[in-house]
Write a protein that binds this ligand. Sequence first.
Ligand code: HEC
Length: 505
Amino acid sequence: MRRPAPAAALAIALAAGLLLAQAPAPAGFGGGRELQRLTGQRFEENCSGCHGAPGTAGRAPNLFDARLLAQRSDEDLFRTIKAGISGAEMPAFGEVLPDAQIWQLIAWLRLEADNAQPRPQFVADPDGAEIASEAQKFRIRVVARGLETPWGIAALPDGRLLVTERPGRLRLITADGRMTTVAGTPAVWERQDAGLMDVAIDPDFARTGWVYLSLVELLPGYQLPPPPVLKPGERPPNHPSMTVIVRGRINPAGQWVDQQILYRAPLDRYTPSGVHYGSRLAFDRQGRLLFSIGERGDMKNAQDLSTPLGKLHRINRDGSIPAGNPFAGKPGALPSILSYGHRNPQGLAFDAQGQLWEAEHGPSGGDEINLITPGGNYGWGVVSMGIQPGINAREAPGMIAPAAYYTPTIAPSGIMVYRGSRYPGWAGNLFVAALSGQQLRRLVIDGSRITHQEVLFKAYGRVRAVTTDRDGHILALVQQPTGQGTGQPLSASTPGLVIKLEPLP
Ligand code: HEC
């Protein structure tokens, strides 16, 4: 629990402020649209003549057909495009297009085909909806309403729930849905992706009472400039900020007390980017605390062991560094790092074997589910299954491939391995909450492999987190849709619910 002295913090803040003022736009962010446009142009030049455009028929099959694409693996499509189809009119493009461009065409086709699909009809009140999924029938129950961008959820042993709202409130919710706000929680910087993020309770909560929070703060000592006058549609500027991990207790009067800062990044690493804070919390079998931090929109960070950005971290519950951490004692590397090469990891879950699963957002396509090895490099900055300027490979020596990936994008957020006995057909399954994909997804895992997947629902908006209550019922946080077609920016704060999946015979 090292804390910089206030004067030193201010000096670093000023220095960082100077640096930030001159910092160039981060690499690896923002150029995605241009590369997609170029890829579309490549399709027009090489393929449209036979295959037509979205929604049109040509001499050859329309490739903007999500159903056709769902029946082909990326590898199938790659082989066809590279080698052509002998005896048919489909030419071989292996001599014309580099492999990287063929992979980009495939990802682009999947993204375009998905964009052309009708969006799922949004159901604002799913209470009572019954769903017969493959292995389990269940009914949706709304447990709590009136939340604003609910982000993290944890069940207390007394049956109450703790839920964070991104704008900065920590809520206590009783079993019958009554909600109060914990007073005195730390101030957060709320802008774009940032705010109050995850909540978790101590593995030994009954004895210790510790509650853990991840949140975003402005650089300590930073003087906010006076707010500028904005033109209509203009976004307010961002300021240097970072993910911080704290713990505290909630006293009987419902106040946040005894706060300790467990993790604060080196202050020269704070950046004004408003995206990719990661922030999911999890405890391993030994009771150590794991948390994720995204690369903040600059993919170089993910490969740089001297910055906490684009990493998973592991610390002891008091903030000290566990002796077994893979980079502890390695010069130039931050000792809290558990794994690296991550983009924006927002899902962490241990399975019954003690394996750590992780979910992270990809660039355009290329969302990942990973199985985490301590010290492992997960490739962001160098490889990706999605479309990203500056990345031209899907795999490389020393980089661990995802256990599953998603193109088109589903935007996986929280994940959970089901360990209870309420849903016999779902024992040991991995559940994935997805934001833009507006779904709760069930993955069957066998050892280190994902062998089957199913979308359980897709109609209740953005799904941010999934957990279980003390009785083993699955709970999820949902939030009204934002982004494409909604008239709201992707990061807009919208109303949300806590829902429960009640098993039915
Ligand atoms: C000269 C016409 C022609 C051009 C140009 C062409 N294709 Fe094809 N392509 C075909 C035909 C015809 C088929 C169907 C062959 C069959 O199934 O017998 C086909 C099949 C395919 C398939 C297989 C579809 C499936 O059902 O699995 C893919 C993928 C494909 N083309 C991609 C491309 C891409 C990408 C380009 C541009 C880089 C391209 N094609 C350019 C004629 C063309």
